[in-house]
Design a protein around this ligand. Structure first.
Ligand code: COA
Length: 176
């Protein structure tokens, strides 16, 4: 199992089948899922499929949504990393509630961004959030991203962030 980065308090690593259990618990929590997609919780089957997909990506291209583990406890905290399902590089994060509010979100995002850019050479990374999720938007801003577009999904405005200078021809949000 590959470790992609270590920070002061976190480890960013590959997925293993053992991560299904804590990830299924995370996506079954309505508070965690309230700002994601249709806001519904997800099933254990969804978690199994998600983990299988991440394992496929790590075997084939190396990058994906990295597992974020708390270094001191060895506990699965959530994920942080890249996905390209929408046709653009989408940087995202999702943590179990027990790990919120300690600076882990930004600590992991800074490390995952470094890995994405330097180990995998990824550019034109985007990030998106509904306006109601200030913690997520704050992480984007702290990474140096700024707003490049908006679109509407499930009746909510979704704001898309990117790095200034990477969009010389502007940005148009692809249909999702
Ligand atoms: C959003 C989420 C990733 C934030 O993670 P976190 O580890 O709590 O974030 P951090 O502690 O690193 O905080 C980052 C910044 O956001 C701010 N912040 C975090 N949560 C906030 C909130 N609910 N309201 C306002 N600001 C908030 C912090 O104060 C910090 O800013 P600062 O350094 O200027 O003080 C986490 O709450 C989460 O996983 N939520 C559920 C899944 C989700 O919504 N994912 C994103 C979908 S777009």
């Amino acid at each position: 199992m590959k470790i992609h980065a270590r920070t002061e308090r976190l480890v960013l690593r590959d997925w293993t089948p053992g991560d299904v259990e804590p990830y299924a618990a995370l996506v079954a929590d309505p508070e965690v899922m309230q700002y994601i997609g249709n806001g519904q919780t997800r099933s254990r089957e969804y978690a199994e499929d998600f983990v299988a997909e991440q394992i496929h990506h790590q075997k084939t291209r190396g990058w994906m949504r990295f597992v974020v583990e708390e270094a001191a406890s060895g506990l699965f905290a959530g994920f942080c990393g890249l996905d390209d399902k929408t046709g653009r590089l989408d940087f995202g994060w999702r943590y179990a509630k027990a790990f919120w509010g300690r600076g882990y979100g930004f600590e992991a995002a800074a490390a995952a961004l470094y890995v994405a850019q330097n180990a995998f050479g990824l550019t034109r990374i985007t990030c998106q959030s509904v306006l109601d999720n200030p913690g997520s938007i704050r992480i984007m801003q702290k990474m140096g991203m700024s707003e490049i577009g908006t679109y509407v999904a499930y009746g909510e405005t979704v704001v898309v962030y990117g790095f200034p200078g990477e969009w010389p021809d502007g940005f148009s949000v692809p249909r999702e």
